[in-house]
Design a protein around this ligand. Structure first.
Ligand code: S3P
Length: 186
């Protein structure tokens, strides 16, 4: 079931969805349209720990990564006029969902897409940037299982859902701004 937006003035827009759904790209564009700050939760974790996300997975394991993720999320949610891109796995931690839903002035937008689309985007990104890919997308079968397990969680915590297949990041940012009824910067 879709979550209800709270009645507080909107201060934080949180983008959620699976890896490759465009949370970071769309989030940056949206923040610039609104004149708000943008944060990517993975970047915040990297800043706090001092090494990249794939390096944290290798050195400390996924459970340690999830602890850092929860701490970084709690810090980010203190800020206002913020667009925040979550990592794809953040809503799998129940405490993160509770925190997101109990923080006032939050809209949670689910960027939904077909698994094949998301997989193609992730492959494209890693071949374009040459970066070490996402640890939780390295095995396609396991990634599909994660996708199936998470889809209802994303939908359940979100106040709005946007389908992203065949849509540009610009069009998605514009639509989020419109559905939330927010004016842009002049
Ligand atoms: C993960 C998604 C990644 C990152 C980490 C784990 C996941 O973020 O947090 O590699 O389990 O889905 P993106 O969704 O931004 O790729």
């Amino acid at each position: 079931m879709r979550a209800e937006p709270d009645s507080q003035p909107l201060q934080r827009i949180v983008l959620t969805g699976f890896m490759g759904s465009g949370k970071t790209t769309v989030g940056r564009l949206l923040a610039s349209r609104l004149g708000w700050d943008f944060l990517d939760l993975d970047d915040e974790i990297t800043r706090r720990v001092g090494i990249s996300v794939p390096e944290i997975f290798v050195r400390d394991g996924e459970a340690a990564f999830r602890r850092e993720e929860a701490a970084a999320l709690a810090d980010c949610l203190q800020r206002s006029q913020l667009v925040l891109a979550l990592g794809g796995g953040a809503p799998e931690t129940e405490a993160n969902c509770r925190l997101l839903q109990s923080t006032p002035g939050v809209a949670i937008v689910y960027l939904e897409g077909a698994f094949e689309t998301l997989q193609a985007r992730c492959l494209q990104q890693s071949s374009r940037t040459g970066a070490v890919g996402r640890p939780n997308f390295s095995d396609p079968d396991l990634a599909k299982q994660r996708f199936d397990r998470r889809a209802p969680i994303y939908a359940g915590i979100s106040t709005h859902t946007l389908h992203t297949d065949h849509r540009s990041p610009e069009a998605l940012a514009e639509e989020i701004q419109a559905v939330l009824g927010l004016p842009g910067t002049p």
